[in-house]
Design a protein around this ligand. Structure first.
Ligand code: LLP
Length: 407
């Protein structure tokens, strides 16, 4: 991406999220092409980066959406994702969310428990509709990733085990208001090993075959998301290898493959631009204090995640420093032990690979307004979310001066 970071920072202010939309196109194309010759649907996991322009950009190329709240379903629809390409997942869907999903006639509601299936059935009956459903199977596979983002083990809260899944499919098949057409699993995020994916696919493909044998026609084989990306020097899985293991494990099954990538699509497309406020020493420890913080980008604090940090047009003898924000928490850092030259007020730092789970996990902690978001596409720079103002933050609040029954 050719861009002048300083000019962009001056125009839009800092801290700032910057996304390379051309890179997102490359990512989508690479995954779609890996499934060439097969029926496939790339359902972007909206949670990774929920900005409407990001979703619209993917929708324009033909992507569907994987949503985990009715808010995300609305975002997908507003961004132009076709309703027959939207899947609604999540362990706890409220009645109003189920109603809206059914009324919008989306592709699939993904069920995660028997209780939820019965709830969806009841609501579908009340609406006189047939709910197209898939069931999230928990294949009990260790994805070999960070425990917080591992989801395919029985100790995790997601999905149902194989026996329960079978029982649910049989029940759904008999129900007038449920149409079981999909099967789903997702073993974790930031997957960098092929074996767990191949193993999970094999288990779920076997289940799909045994369901076929009893007349339950599964049309959508949803392998979830999870494709890992390079943050540091990880060896990752290529889209080609990924598609190959999936196709191999499902041999003989005539299904549409559904993938739900979030991180893979957008992580490396995102940059967080932050300005140096001060340098400070505490004993021998060097701190670079910047205007971005854990409320803007929580991955380093929450998961100990590594994000490469670079200076913009700054040279000099480098030494180790912690890059920290102004939030009142010791855990507020963007990087630890980063080699950096001496820095001054107004110097800029670029934090890399923040396009996924960056802005979408940002908060207003310490009454800090969320950063602006800017996209670059074919050299054109566009603001896709205004910087929040203090007024935006307090808009829904009310000052109660007297605590009385009337208020
Ligand atoms: N499908 C399901 C059912 C999921 O639970 C997830 C992510 C995805 C797809 C997309 O996964 P991806 O392709 O992005 O790996 N906040 C964490 C990641 C949490 C992922 C949650 N589920 C982080 O910053 O690393």
């Amino acid at each position: 991406m050719s861009m002048d970071i300083r000019t962009i920072a001056e125009e839009f202010g800092t801290p700032l999220y910057l996304y390379d939309f051309d890179f997102i196109v490359e990512r989508y194309t690479s995954l779609k092409e890996a499934f060439a010759g097969q029926k496939s649907l790339i359902n972007y996991a909206v949670k990774a980066n929920s900005n409407l322009s990001v979703i619209a950009h993917l929708a324009r190329m033909g992507a569907g959406a994987d949503c985990v709240s009715i808010g995300e379903v609305r975002r997908a629809l507003d961004a132009g994702v076709e309703k027959y390409k939207i899947i609604f997942s999540g362990v706890g869907k409220r009645d109003d969310e189920i109603i809206e999903a059914l009324e919008n006639d989306i592709l699939l509601i993904n069920l995660e428990s028997e209780a939820e299936m019965k709830r969806v059935e009841k609501i579908a009956k009340e609406l006189a509709k047939e709910a197209r459903i898939s069931i999230r199977v928990n294949p009990n596979i260790d994805p070999q990733t960070h425990p917080y983002i591992s989801t395919g083990l029985h100790e995790n809260k997601f999905g149902v085990d194989i026996d329960m899944a079978k029982w649910m499919y049989v029940y759904a098949k008999k129900s007038e208001f449920l149409n079981p057409v999909g099967i789903h699993f997702h073993i974790g995020s930031q997957l960098t090993k092929l074996e767990p994916i191949a193993e999970a696919c094999g288990i779920v493909a076997d289940l799909t075959r045994s369901l076929r044998a009893i007349g339950i026609e599964i049309k959508f084989f949803d392998v979830g998301g999870g494709l890992g990306v390079v943050y540091d020097d990880e060896a990752t899985i290529s889209t080609q290898e990924y598609a190959e293991v999936i196709i191999k494990a499902t041999k003989g099954l005539d299904v549409t493959f559904v993938c739900e990538p979030g991180r893979y699509m957008v992580a490396n497309a995102g940059f967080f631009i932050t300005k140096v406020l001060y340098e400070k020493k505490s004993g021998n420890k060097r701190f670079v204090i910047v205007d971005g913080a854990m409320n803007d980008l929580i991955r380093p604090s929450l998961y100990g995640a590594y994000h490469k940090i670079e200076t913009v047009e700054k040279e000099g003898e480098e030494s180790l420093a912690d890059v920290v924000g102004p939030v009142c928490e010791s855990g507020d850092f963007l990087g630890k032990n980063v080699m950096l030259p001496p820095l001054e007020h107004n110097d800029l730092l670029i934090v890399h690979s923040v396009g996924a789970y960056g802005f979408s996990m940002a908060s207003n902690y310490n009454t800090r307004s969320k950063p602006a978001e800017v996209a670059i596409e074919k050299e054109k720079v566009r603001l896709i979310r205004k910087r929040e103002s203090y007024e935006d933050q307090v808009r829904l609040e009310k000052v109660c001066m007297e605590w009385s029954d009337e208020s």
